[in-house]
Design a protein around this ligand. Structure first.
Ligand SMILES: NC(=O)c1ccc[n+]([C@@H]2O[C@H](COP(=O)([O-])OP(=O)(O)OC[C@H]3O[C@@H](n4cnc5c(N)ncnc54)[C@H](O)[C@@H]3O)[C@@H](O)[C@H]2O)c1
Length: 294
């Protein structure tokens, strides 16, 4: 059953009954860190759009993250790896734009139990693509992570879309599997409008306290020691979550042409829609990459 964040009438009928029809976003992982920020961002930037916020309310989620998002946000509890449930949601809401943030994302938890990560990050990615194909959405954005590329070798400044996948953890391996499925859909169904992004570490509101920056801050405030990863010499790139949200919207809405990589924002946003005949499926926009992400 949907949870109403507001505007009950928007949910009382199928999407086809809405007159005039509002541009509709389907945002997954919406009760997590970046997804929640994205829902708020859309609500502010596009007050005339409808946002279907989907999450299965797993460990990393916090539904109150969506409080105050406004009357055009509708929450649906669903598992993106559950094909019948997701297809039903798609048919009900007929989204124009799909942005798939849903993933199991906590590296330490993946070491304890990798199987849930494969389900959300790989199977879930494929289920979302298949639903977007069947319902013929305007664009489908798959949110991946720079962590699929592993660590930068010495002397290399950044990753780009041609960098080889080199996942090192169950989390990033499952995300890399999702990437491969996304690329397979790009090639197999060139009529689909699929974009994929690879972003460095995000920081900002709604992040769980166990993540690096909130953990550092809360430890300092409590007079505790701050943890150091490895020998302390690792470097990471960081991106404010608002910048990620802005570029994810850009990736969803741009009608054609590649979204330029923005080195100052440290995010790779690549429009990766391809012809069957194309040899390479990357556009080569560059951005500094993370030495270690998330
Ligand atoms: N946090 C970062 O620094 C960062 C950087 C680059 C990319 N990313 C990517 O951005 C996305 C969002 O990351 P985040 O930090 O917000 O993660 P998060 O763990 O805070 O939130 C993920 C949300 O997805 C939901 N979810 C997981 N599996 C699901 C499923 N099968 N069905 C429905 N909902 C499901 C969870 O319940 C959670 O609310 C992920 O795909 C991640 O790989 C994150």
């Amino acid at each position: 059953m949907p949870t109403f964040m507001g505007l009950e009438t928007a949910m009382s009928n199928d999407a086809s009954d809405r007159m005039p029809r509002m541009p509709t976003y389907l945002v997954t992982g919406a009760a997590g860190f970046i997804g929640a920020n994205y829902v708020h961002f859309l609500a502010e930037q596009e007050p005339d759009s409808l946002v279907i916020a989907v999450d299965y309310l797993g460990f990393a989620s916090n539904l109150p993250n969506l409080d105050g998002a406004g009357e055009r946000v509708v929450f649906e509890k669903a598992d993106i790896a559950d094909f019948p449930a997701m297809l039903e949601l798609y048919k009900k809401h007929r989204p124009d734009y799909v942005v798939n943030f849903a993933a199991e994302s906590h590296n330490d938890r993946a070491i304890l139990d990798p199987s849930g990560f494969v389900r959300s990050n790989a199977t879930g990615a494929q289920v979302m693509l298949e639903c977007s194909r069947r319902v013929n959405v305007s664009s489908h954005v798959h949110v991946s992570t720079i962590e699929v590329y592993g660590e930068l070798p010495p002397g290399q400044e950044w990753f780009d879309e041609a960098s080889p996948l080199n996942a090192k953890t169950p989390y990033s391996a499952a995300k890399a599997a999702g990437d491969q499925l996304v690329r397979a859909y790009m090639h197999t169904y060139p009529e689909m409008n699929i974009r994929m992004t690879h972003c460095a570490n995000n920081y900002g509101p709604y992040q769980l306290p166990e993540k690096l920056i909130p953990l550092m801050i809360t430890n300092v405030l409590r007079g505790r020691k701050v943890p150091v990863y490895g020998d302390g010499l690792q470097m990471r790139d960081w991106l404010h979550v608002q910048d990620h949200c802005r570029d994810s919207r850009c990736a969803a809405r741009r009608a054609s042409a590649a979204v330029p990589g923005r080195s100052d924002r440290r995010v790779v946003v690549a429009r990766l829609r391809h012809q069957r005949s194309a040899r390479s499926d990357e556009h080569g926009h560059r951005s500094p990459g993370a030495r270690r992400a998330e």
